[in-house]
Structures are given as structure tokens and as C-alpha cells.
Write a protein that binds this ligand. Structure first.
Ligand code: ZN
Length: 336
């Protein structure tokens, strides 16, 4: 990342932070959650196959049921916390823990009619199967190092039109250009894609980071930032202050982000320039919050409609239910 770009990101993230401050974080979060639940309820209303969703006893396992989502998040956090107990201190944990994001591929999707939708769901399922197979090779390749990992698969609905538009504003971020490369790789031109990807926390157990990251980069196509491997940062910038960030805060946020329903706030992303905030800042400044604020506040694209429609939400839920309903391990990625 060149210095100018980094500088711009830092400037923007400062502006975003102060914007969020003004909004009144707690109130905003509560209103946001209520709005989300309402939108999800509206999207599944009258759809028989989705009527079992939104339970009050933890039986539906959907990430779009906010109760079940919370349960999954807290279970993942507990798994992280118990694994990290083996370290004597935070520095030792930081030396061994890596947060890995792998963008597997874009799957062109369409929900224009039942046949198009069914075949989109099928293609997504195939892609996730292939992704899982390739993820297994990491475990096999490093067998003798006894790696440990837990993470989740995200199936993010991408509105490519919106991305193209955002890039016209002259702010093509690294991630946007990565998306463009992935789009080329599909050989198809579609308005919508599912970005099959994963965020995984590894305990590399003393393995050399270069070896570890190198292998993963080679396994995927090594587009710019298709694979991102990083340590948990010790500090983050809040306004103009340096704040310490504990490992515990980091794993809490990672666990929460892992089960956010992929399009976390039921919006399309148009820019991920500040996505690193996921685990470098507190919940109220999480990545998707930043993206929203970034889009409307910083880029000045208020007119851009980033909200998912009922149809979009319904499709997103169906895509996730492929794994909630049919596979016992759902969206969890794990290496023992
Ligand atoms: Zn439920």
C-alpha cells in the first residue's frame, strides 16, 4: 500500500470516527438492530420454506435470527478464548495468532425467476464445497505443526453495479480492484455476485509466518489482497489518541464479525477501505458501520442506495440456509 493511500485511509478513518461519535453510538446501534430485525421479518413473510426462521429457543440456527446469531457468536468467542488460554501472556498470543481473510471467488448470481435463483443457489453451494476442499489442504500441508483454526464462511451479496459506480468516483481501493480481477476470472458479466470468502483465526503454533502465508497465497490466485494474513494489532487510533487493544477485545470482535450475516447491516458494500477496523476498534466502530459512514459521510455518495431490498435479503437468507439447513457444521471452518 503506498503512503498516499495509507495517509488517505487514516484521514478518512479519523473523520469516520468523529462522525460516529456525533451519531451517538448506543442509540444508533439499538435503532439499527430493530430496523434489521424488521427488514428480515418482512423479507421472509409469507415464504413457507423460510417460515421456521426467527425462533425464540435457538432451534433455527439461522444467522438471520438475531437470537441464534448471538449464540453462534458467543460459542465462537468461547472457542477462541479457551484456545488462547495456552499462552502465558498477550505477546505470546500475538506471536502465534493470525487473522486470515481468504477471498475464494465470485459466483455470478441472479434472482430473476425461480430457475435462475435455483441455479444460483446450486452454483454457490458448489463453490463453497470447493472452497472447503482447498481449505483442508492447509491442514494437510502443515500437519506436523498442529495448526489450530476457527473461522466462518461469509457469503456476501455484491452489487457489482454499485462497485463500478463507486470506482468511477476515482477512489478505486485495493479491494475494489481485487474484486474486478475476481470478476474477470468468472468469465461472466453479472450485476450480482456472491463473494465466497472466509475469515479465520489461526494459531500457527510456532510455524514461520512466511511459510504459512506463502502457502495460502499460492493456493489461491494471489491477486492483490485475495489473501490477507495479519497479526492482531496492539494499538488503534481513536481520533488522535493511541488506544491499546487487548487480545480479548480482538477475539470478541472477530467472533461477532464471523456471524454477522455477511452483508452485516443489510447493505451493499461499495468500499472496504476501512475494513481493518473490524478488529482494531470497538464494536460501535465495527467495519460495516464504518463502511456506511464512509459511503454516506466521506465519499459524499448519499444518493447511492446501498440498502438491500426485500428480494435481496430473501436471497441472502436462502444462500445462508443452504448451509444452516443441510450441513451439520454450517458456516464454521475449523482445523483441530
Ligand atoms: Zn433462531
Amino acid at each position: 500500500m503506498d503512503n498516499d493511500f495509507r495517509k488517505r485511509l487514516d484521514e478518512n478513518s479519523k473523520r469516520v470516527a468523529s462522525l460516529l461519535e456525533q451519531m451517538g453510538a448506543n442509540h444508533w446501534h439499538f435503532a439499527e438492530r430493530t430496523r434489521q430485525q424488521t427488514k428480515i421479518n418482512e423479507a421472509i413473510e409469507g415464504i413457507d420454506e423460510l417460515s421456521h426462521m426467527i425462533c425464540d429457543d435457538g432451534s433455527c440456527h439461522s444467522v438471520f435470527c438475531l437470537g441464534c446469531r448471538k449464540r453462534k457468536q458467543s460459542s465462537l468467542y468461547k472457542q477462541y478464548a479457551s484456545r488462547l488460554e495456552r499462552f502465558d501472556n498477550e505477546d505470546e498470543a500475538r506471536d502465534n495468532v493470525r487473522y486470515v481473510t481468504i477471498l475464494h471467488e465470485l459466483v455470478p448470481v441472479s434472482f430473476d425467476g425461480i430457475i435462475a435463483e435455483e441455479s444460483s443457489l446450486y452454483d454457490t453451494e458448489k463453490s463453497v464445497d470447493a472452497f472447503r476442499e482447498r481449505l483442508k489442504t492447509i491442514d494437510r500441508h502443515f500437519k506436523k505443526y498442529d495448526l489450530w483454526a476457527r473461522g466462518t464462511i461469509h457469503l456476501e451479496l455484491i452489487n457489482m453495479e454499485l462497485f463500478r459506480f463507486a470506482s468511477l468516483s476515482g477512489r478505486l481501493t485495493t479491494k475494489q480492484s481485487t474484486l474486478r480481477d475476481l470478476e474477470k476470472a468468472t468469465g461472466k458479466f453479472s450485476d450480482y455476485y456472491i463473494l465466497v470468502h472466509s475469515h479465520i483465526l489461526f494459531d500457527i503454533n510456532g510455524l514461520d509466518e512466511k511459510k504459512f502465508a506463502g502457502y495460502i497465497r499460492n493456493k489461491w490466485n494471489n491477486n492483490i489482497r485475495q489473501v490477507d494474513v495479519r497479526r492482531l494489532t496492539k494499538y488503534y487510533i481513536d481520533g488522535d489518541r493511541f488506544m491499546e487493544h487487548s487480545v480479548d477485545d480482538a477475539i470478541k470482535n472477530i467472533a461477532k464479525y464471523g456471524y454477522n450475516g455477511s452483508n452485516g447491516k443489510l447493505t451493499f458494500a461499495t468500499n472496504w477501505g476501512s475494513s481493518r477496523k473490524v478488529y482494531t476498534q470497538q464494536e460501535r466502530k465495527d467495519a460495516l458501520g464504518n463502511i456506511n459512514a464512509y459511503v454516506t459521510g466521506v465519499m459524499g455518495l448519499d444518493a447511492l442506495d446501498t440498502k438491500l431490498s426485500k428480494g435481496h435479503i430473501r436471497f441472502l437468507i436462502k444462500v445462508h440456509n443452504l448451509f444452516t439447513d443441510n450441513a451439520s457444521r454450517g458456516l464454521l471452518v475449523s482445523i483441530l
